[in-house]
Every structure is written in C-alpha cells, then in structure tokens.
Design a protein. Structure first.
Lengths: 349, 349
DNA sequence: GATTAGCACTCGACCGCCCGGAGTGCCAGT
DNA sequence: ACTGGCACTCCGGGCGGTCGAGTGCTAATC
C-alpha cells in the first residue's frame, strides 16, 4: 500500500533531524531551522524542495499553510523503524531497575507494581504492567480458616509467593477438623498443578463424587471449586501507574481528550486487549497514534514489551505517552524493565 | 474576629438562595436573578442594597465590577452551618450502599475499597477512605511456608478477615517441622492479641530468651518480630477513588491546579494528616476552601466523617470536590456511608 | 425609614480589523 | 542541481467598538 520505494540520503537525514527537533520542542519545524541544524551545507530553499517531497510521501505535514512541518504518523513510523538511535540506558537507571525489581523480599505482586511505578518514573509517562493470567499459576498450598456462621476463609498460595484469599459461604458450619481434612485432601491431590488444570480436574472429581463418594466429600469438592473459580483467580489484571503525569504534556491538554484517556485506563478492557496483541511479539513494540486501534490513544503512542519466564511469555508491560515522545530513551527503558522483570520472576519460581 | 452579630431575615434568605443558585449553575448571581427567584416581593434595587450589606460582611463578593456576586468562603461556611437543608438519601442509593458494603463475602479490605468507589460514584467526586491503623488489628492466625534458599513466606490472618503476607530472609534454611513448631508457638502465645501488644511482648520475650532459652527459640522470636514489624503492618493507609472525576469541574480546570490536586492525592501525607484531625469529630465535618490548611485544596471542599466500631472510632472517610458542590446531597451520602461501613466492619469482627 | 425607579457608569465577552512574523511555493538565474 | 528573490498565506496579538449584564447612587415615593 505504501510508496516508500526510495528516499534519498538527504531526505532521510532531514526527516530524522526534523522528527528529533519536533520531539524536543514540540513546535512545527521550518526550512530555515532545518538548514541551520541539519549540518547540511545547503540553503533553506533546497530544503524546502526536499520537504515538499517528504510531504507528498505523507511523511510530514504542515498544520496550516505557512507553519513549519510536523511528522505524520507514517513519519514517526519510519523514524522509529529505521532511524531512531537507541540511547544506552543510563547507569543509574539500570541500577535502580535492577535493585528495586530484583528484591528478594518482594512477592510477585509487589515486584509487578514496583516495575510499573519505576517505568512511569523513568519515562515520565503513564505505565501499564499486565499481570500474568492467574490461570497459569501453580498451586503451592491451600489453607482453610473458620469464620463465624458458616463462613470460611480460604487462603491460596501460588508460585510467585502470591497469596490470595477469599471468603466462602458454606451451607453448614464446618468444624476445624473437617476443614483441616478438606485442606489436606486438596493439597495432597493438587499441589504442583496449574490452577487451570485444578479447575478441570475438580469437575471430573465432582462427577465421580456424585456416584461413589459420600456427601461430605461432595461438599469439599464444591468448596474447592468455589476457591479456584473465585473472582480474581483466573482473570487478567493490569497495574497502572503515573496516569497523572500525562497532564504535563501540552498537546494532550484538552480536557475532554485527557478525560477520555483516563477513562481508557479505568476501563482496562481496551487496554488488556491491546496488550494481549503484544504477547507474541519478540521484543519492544511501538504503536504510534491510531495504530493501536483505540481512538482514546489517537494522539498517543504506546511502547510495549513482553516479559518472559524460562518457560515462555508471561505478560506484557508498556508505557503510554504523547506521540511526540523521546523514543530513543523510552524504548530501552521499556526493553530493560521487561528483561529484568522476567528474570526476577524467574528466580522466585 | 467575625461580625455576624445579626443578619436580617431577608439577608439570610437571600444568602441562602444566592448560594443555592450559584451551586446550581456556577455563574455569579445578579440582583435581578435574585429578585426573580427568591420569592420575595421586592425589587432588584432593594436586593442590591442587601447584597451590598452581605458583601461588607464578607459573605459574598463580586469577581469584578458589574458581575453578579458569588459566595466567599465565609459565605459558604455560614450556608453549610445554618441554612443548608440536608436532603434525605435516595432509596436507590441507600440500597446500593447497604448491599454492596455489607456483603458478607468481602474481606475488610474489599469492603473499604467498595465504600470508596461507591462514595465517589454517588457524589461524582473524588473519595478517600482511611484504613484503620493496622496496629489495632487482632491476630487470628499465623502460618509459615518455606520457600527456596532461606526464604520464608509468612501469612498473617487478622480480624476483618484480612490476610497479609510477607517474605522473610532467614540466616539458615529451616525445615518444615521447625516452621510448624514456630508457628504453633506463636499462635499458642499470641492469638487474640492486638498486633501492637504482640510487638511489645515480643521484645520482652527476646530479652528473656537471651538468658534462658536455646538458640533455636531466639531465632523463632526474631522471625516473629520481622513479621509484625514489617512494612505494611502498623501503617496508616488510604484508598482513593475517582480522582479523575475532578476533571469534570470547570472551575478546577487550570492544568497546574489540577495537577497539584492529583499530586496531593499521590503524596497521601497531607491527606492523612487532614483526615487524622477528623477522627475525634462526632459526625460529618466540612472543610471549605482554605480551611483545610492545605493549599492544594484551595478551591475545594472536603467532606469527612469518621466511622466507628462498637469499641470506638476506627477510621475516617470523605470526599473531595469543588467548593461549589451540592452539600445538601453530599453530606448525607458521606454520613450514611460512614455508618454503614462501620456496622459492616462490626459484623465481621 | 424603607422601598423603588431611573440613570450613569464599569467591565467582560465578542467581533472585526490590521499588522508583523514566520514560513511556504514558485521562478528565474547561476 | 542549487540558490536568491519575491509574492502569498496564515496565525497570533493588539486595538477599538459595541453589547449586555450588573452595579451604586440619588431622588422620588409609599
């Protein structure tokens, strides 16, 4: 569909300088500025010709006659794909990521939210970390605790040192020993299994119980089902940080647009859907403006990266900011955070 | 300092109508509007005289010559103190609060955040719920779980069906049975005590252990100390909801002001300090504009109410919105939420 | 003495206008 | 192929004028 057949050396260079300049100060860039800053020994007039080429190729545009040019979405695309020079991550930032994420005293959940807030802090934008589907979690231990009047507190420990708890309503009040028995059976039968497997096997178990087993056993199985099918278990989740940083950016300052953006984070639906698409991607992925497919993000870019365990992709993280962002700095931060987060989760298997 | 010696019937009435009118449409209110809407059978000119009195008393002011008048902070104060007519809570809203907060399947934490989000939803403003100091929580059960390489997962169940967990580093790897033994001792000794008491008694215990007991026991006590002095335990916390709703209000729309507001929620320090002051108050309390003492809230009002257990005040909740808010609707919502939250927490003792 | 009508005055919001600056496109000259 | 020159366009800011809303004051009225 596109006509990027060729682009002279000069045109490429000019596009690069133009985008960089516009990212820096946000204003449209004119031919004179460009002739001064590009390092090329040509006059403004010549540059105007080249710019006009770039415009007809849909890489840059002028917001109105006789303003400078700004990159179009396609322009940004080309820039990001083939001319941005990724800056190495600063030592300090790297250290901070390393030490705060790979903290052995943190549980998986804490590590994820640390990653999210660092991501936001280092990029000065909003960040999102998608939490692994709980369904992929492995059961470590289950514990029941009797509350008053037929209510039972179930505590579920999974890998990643994650503790989930849920209150169950039972049809009759169960004794301490009954609960201990139930927990024992459950642990004996399912420890080490993925929760999704546990769910599946519980259904079989209930089938079997219908015929063979006694009523008590049926009760236990049903209770166990309540635990693993409960609200949070098995559901995607996202951690968002630093939304309010987006207010700093002038171009997003129309209240209704900003509001829309905030809503998008609140809804989480679109968010999750978008992030899901990045699961299979190999490394950092950049969505510029409308590329994300969600109109709330029209003037924004989203930079994502999947993070992986030794046994495959686990989740996705990313940042959201204005299209006019410092890709050369942001990309490595996202990249590195994903890597560090991956290995941190790895080490707490 | 003030000169509210007296205020004619008419002046009071006019102030009331003016404030109500301004709350409704946000624009300055002029004498003609007032003579039309006040129900009084007097001309605009007369009203102008009264308004001029009100102005000299510092209850209303005009943003500039020849605009109408708007209430000053003191004007709002008087309005809230002695003329606002509290509206009864709507049936639907009451039902919603009742059913969602008093949900027996929710843990204390979930109940608090439900309350916060309902508060925000019903008032269309930002809400804050201050969580009881964890130090006041009563120990129900402790469980240890061995992780790899000298790391132990401690699971702490307190009243309110709240589950906290924390990863401890131990100097040597402990066996399953050692851990079970330690947990048994801990539970035998401390179940039913407040965490603050547990903390204190652990110190004594360590003293005693230094002389009498064996090294293993010392290790256990130290581990227990780690559990109850860990990060979250014993710290105030706040749940904030619906910050972004504040963007809807035109008067808060200057970006920097709004930003400041968001930061205030982020910092939480000021927030907590402000809420702390309301702990002893008897019912709903209203801070108008600068009364809160924090400049971030200058154009805002804060409506708070403490919520209580049978054994005394537990925490504070409230909403933050523009000074120009519908006090007659907001106050009962805050009031009722506090009451319902209190009794909900009560019933899960 | 309280209330009112009348009137001059003030000020913000809005509109149309003009002007300077920045930047473009095109063309003719090197 | 590049450049200088030039006419043109458009945005933004400053200026002046008008309009409407609202005030404060004063003199007349109840």
């Amino acid at each position: 569909m596109s006509s990027e057949i060729s682009l002279t050396e000069r045109a490429q260079h000019l596009l690069k300088v133009l985008v960089e300049h516009h990212i820096r100060d946000g204003r449209p860039v004119g031919s004179t500025t460009l002739s001064r800053d590009s390092g090329l020994k040509v006059s403004a007039a010549t540059i105007r010709n080249t710019m006009s080429d770039l415009e007809s190729m849909g890489l840059i545009q002028s917001p109105h006659t006789s303003a400078g040019r700004i990159p179009t979405q396609r322009g940004y695309r080309l820039f990001v794909d083939s001319m941005v020079k990724i800056q190495p991550l600063e030592r300090v930032q790297l250290n901070q990521l390393e030490s705060e994420i790979s903290d052995r005293e943190k549980s998986a959940g804490e590590v994820l939210s640390t990653a999210s807030s660092l991501l936001s802090q280092l990029t000065q934008m909003a960040s999102v970390v998608m939490v692994p589907k709980r369904g992929q979690m492995v059961l470590r231990q289950l514990e029941f605790l009797s509350l008053s009047e037929g209510r039972v507190l179930a505590i579920l420990v999974t890998n990643g040192n994650e503790v989930q708890n849920r209150i169950l309503q039972t049809d009759r009040t169960l004794s301490e020993s009954e609960l201990r028995q139930a927990a024992n059976w459950f642990n004996r039968t399912f420890v080490g299994e993925e929760l999704s497997v546990v769910r599946a096997r519980l259904v079989e178990e209930l089938e079997r119980a219908r015929g063979e087993m006694d009523g008590a056993m049926q009760g236990i199985v049903r209770m166990a089902q309540q635990v693993v099918t409960s609200g949070k278990v098995g559901e995607d989740d996202v951690v968002v940080s630093g939304r309010s940083r987006l207010m700093e950016y002038g171009e997003l300052c129309e209240m209704d647009r900003l509001r829309q953006l905030f809503d998008a984070f609140g809804e989480k639906r679109d968010m999750i859907h978008l992030l899901d698409q990045c699961m299979e991607a190999d490394g950092v992925q950049v969505f510029i403006g409308e590329e994300s497919g969600y109109s709330s993000f029209d003037d924004c870019s989203v930079v994502t990266a999947p993070y992986r365990h030794e046994d495959g992709v686990v989740g996705v993280l990313g940042v959201v900011g204005p299209t006019r962002m410092a890709y050369d700095k942001v990309i490595p931060v996202v990249d590195m955070t994903a890597k560090i987060l991956g290995s941190a989760l790895n080490s707490m298997r």
